[in-house]
Ligand binder design. Structure first.
Ligand code: 5AD
Ligand code: SF4
Length: 494
């Protein structure tokens, strides 16, 4: 029986003639059943199914939350669609790490309102990090009154209850909490991929990097119990999942706040033992917390992927101090050396911010120096975005836009040149590839990933999806490869 089948039995067992239970998740099962009745009735009135569309606008954590939203919507009786235009319920799971993410949401709301005018049944919901900002909720109330439901990151598990309330409400339902210490397990989820899945191991962040809004919108660090995580992975494996991505804002400090503390390295060792799981990824590692124990586990693991995402943010020790990152340029470089000594073929990727307040040309050159020394396999580069409420937003010496743009372009060029050179080094070699999907441009090809996270396109059909194939990288085209599944004979040679 699958995870969702177990939940289904518990939902059906709810008695709607009684008041809702106080305990979670039973309370939400009760409201799912209630929503089911409402949706069924509406659908009978309209003589057609009701459609729901869930849009994820953020990081992997958001994507994981969106799978929960979709699972709840489907369990409540909606048919899931990708089309916002035909949906009766649209929910945006928002991000707020940079200001342009917020602007995108406001832009899209105008467009959704157009659809809503054509379909008066349409319900618009907003959730996620952006909703945790007070000024956002005020703006929505004032200028976007056609939005029906707003909730934040801390009470996503309450979605069934809020949905039931929205069906009955005439005005916007708003429920945003400042904090929570709760982790509610066992809600339905609809996975986007059958063979790979994200697994939350912790929520929130305690680091307070001075530019970052995440600790304010995601709250303090809370780790899930290792037994709950391992149980979820076992269930996923029994359902055919071969690759898991352990998710947290700062996975290296996993387990520190549990009643019985455990380390992230310990959790990885336990996850590695689970049969059927072939690949383990994790995201994101803070350099200050990356332990020798973790490096040792990575060195000896057969399943942990050869990829480490290690955000640098800046190469200048002075700026790193201002950013409250709690490591220096030298410590970062030493850490990279240590990781590469232990796992020589590991791909190291990073995040870099350009234009942090007070960044001078010499600071920027320090960042360029780290980029040249480390030679990242790829890097996400960001222009600093001033986030209200963070310490950096109040810093006086914000860098002029044209200076930032020029530095950003120089950085991007360097990062891309190195990434391409590094990718070229693997041409001609054979690697295992997990095939993920039919190629979007040409359906005679499929697309998959190497353990180091590089993308490979190869001839093949949907039958290969979810399988791990030995693939020869025939050609490198910048950031991706064209590969070919190798024959049994060739396999013997290698
Ligand atoms: N401006 C620009 N980039 C940011 N990030 C976080 N906050 C900001 C900000 N205010 C970047 C960091 C982080 C990534 C997820 O987003 O590089 O690692
Ligand atoms: Fe933001 Fe720093 Fe926490 Fe990452 S570690 S989420 S950058 S505060």
């Amino acid at each position: 029986m699958s995870y969702n089948d177990d939940i289904e039995m518990l939902i059906e067992a709810q008695d709607l003639t009684l008041p809702p239970p106080e305990r979670e998740p039973q309370r939400q099962y009760y409201f799912i059943k209630k929503c089911r009745e409402i949706i069924k009735k509406k659908s009978e009135e309209l003589g057609r199914p009701l459609y729901a569309c869930s849009v994820c606008m953020g990081c992997q954590m958001n994507a994981k939350d969106s799978e929960k939203l979709t699972g709840i919507l489907e369990t409540a009786g909606y048919e899931i669609t990708d089309s916002q235009e035909e949906a009766d319920f649209v929910i945006y799971n928002t991000c707020t790490v940079r200001e342009n993410a917020n602007n995108k949401v406001y832009g899209r709301l105008g467009y959704l309102n157009g659809f809503k005018k054509k379909n008066p049944n349409m319900i618009i919901g907003l959730c996620g990090c952006m909703m945790q900002e007070k000024k956002v909720v005020e703006k929505l109330k004032k200028s976007y009154p056609f939005v029906n439901l707003v909730f934040g990151t801390h009470n996503i598990y309450k979605f069934p209850e809020l949905l039931a309330e929205t069906f009955q409400a005439d005005t916007m339902v708003v429920d945003v909490w400042d904090e929570t210490d709760k982790i509610v397990e066992d809600l339905p989820a609809k996975r986007k991929y059958s063979f790979k899945s994200g697994v939350n191991i912790m929520f929130g962040c305690n680091n307070f990097c001075s530019y970052c809004i995440v600790p304010y919108v995601r709250g303090r660090e809370r780790s899930r119990k290792p037994e709950d995580i391992l149980e979820e992975i076992k269930k996923l494996s029994s359902e055919g999942v071969v690759e898991i991505m352990l998710l947290g804002q700062n996975v290296n400090s996993y387990g520190k706040n549990l009643d019985t503390p455990v380390t992230f390295a310990h959790l990885l060792r336990e996850a590695e033992k689970i049969e059927g799981i072939e690949r383990i990824r994790f995201m994101t590692s803070h350099p200050k917390d990356l332990s020798d124990e973790l490096i040792d586990v990575m060195k000896h693991s057969k399943k942990i992927c050869k990829h480490l995402h290690l955000p640098l943010q800046s190469g200048s020790s002075r700026i790193l101090k201002e950013m409250n990152r709690r490591y220096t340029k030298e410590q970062y470089l030493q850490l990279v050396d240590k990781v590469r000594q232990a796992v020589p073929d590991i791909a190291i990727t990073t995040d870099i911010i350009v234009g942090f307040p007070g960044e001078r040309e010499e600071d920027f050159l320090e960042t360029m120096d780290v980029v040249k020394k480390v030679r990242f396999d790829s890097a996400f580069t960001f222009i600093y975005s001033r986030r209200t409420g963070t310490p950096a937003a109040a810093m006086e010496n914000q860098v002029a836009e044209d200076v930032v743009k020029d530095r950003f372009d120089r950085l991007l060029k360097e990062v891309q040149t190195i990434a391409q050179e590094k990718a070229m080094e693997h041409t001609g070699k054979i690697f295992p590839v997990l095939v993920e999907e039919v190629n979007r441009q040409d359906d005679s090809f499929v697309t998959g990933r190497l353990s180091n996270n590089s993308v490979v396109h190869l001839k093949g059909d949907a039958g290969l999806i979810g399988t791990i194939q030995q693939v020869k990288l025939k050609e490198c085209r910048g950031f991706y490869y064209i590969g070919e599944v190798i024959s049994q004979d060739e396999k013997k040679v290698w």
